[in-house]
Design a protein. Structure first.
Length: 195
């Protein structure tokens, strides 16, 4: 695996406008939830998925590695009129008790982590029977220069989770994104239930 070092503070302080529009995935994720479930948004960024989860009656807690992203998430949540707790932290060392969450949502975050450590942490903080919903990037190709970044291969991902999770869905697909520059992703949607 080749992994580019990403300066998330620089990205979130940059000129790119970070959407507060909920991702398409969170709309699918809520089908696995019960009202008032406590949900971890792992890699919450600017709160774009925490806010609709809170408005829908769930109890999200957001965590991100970027202090700037969390500061923006707090502002966005206040503007939306919802109270959400946010923390700064890493996927490999979550600051929560064992079995604290009913569900974990991690949209395009885990491919940038040490997956073996992060998968153990997701399992640790998730109650037995809880859902982990994890869209992940497999590769990114920048179309202007054909530069390719490879993250984890599907067998590596599944092996990292199989001990603690029952795999419910594995779907590979491609997307085309325009920001910050035109690039194509090969991605994986992974939905699991904690054993």
């Amino acid at each position: 695996m080749t992994k580019m070092k990403v300066d998330w503070e620089k990205i979130y302080q940059g000129t790119q406008t970070w959407s507060i529009t909920p991702s398409l995935y969170v709309k699918y994720f809520v089908r696995y939830l019960r009202k008032k479930d406590v949900v971890l948004d792992l890699g919450c960024g600017t709160g774009r998925d925490c806010i609709p989860l809170a408005k829908a009656g769930f109890r999200p807690i957001g965590i991100d590695i970027s202090k700037k992203a969390i500061e923006t998430a707090i502002i966005n949540s206040r503007r939306a009129g919802v109270k959400i707790h946010y923390d700064i932290g890493e996927a490999e060392n979550l600051p929560y008790s064992n079995a604290f969450f009913d569900a974990v949502y991690s949209g395009f975050t885990l491919q940038s982590s040490d997956l073996k450590k992060a998968s153990k942490e997701v399992a640790r903080v998730l109650r037995p029977g809880g859902i982990a919903f994890c869209p992940m990037l497999l590769t990114t190709v920048w179309l202007a220069n054909s530069k390719k970044e490879t993250y984890y291969k599907i067998p590596e991902i599944l092996n990292s989770f199989k001990k603690n999770f029952k795999i419910l869905k594995v779907k590979e697909y491609e997307t085309l994104d325009k920001l910050p520059k035109l690039h194509r992703h090969r991605a994986l949607l992974l939905i699991m239930r904690r054993r």
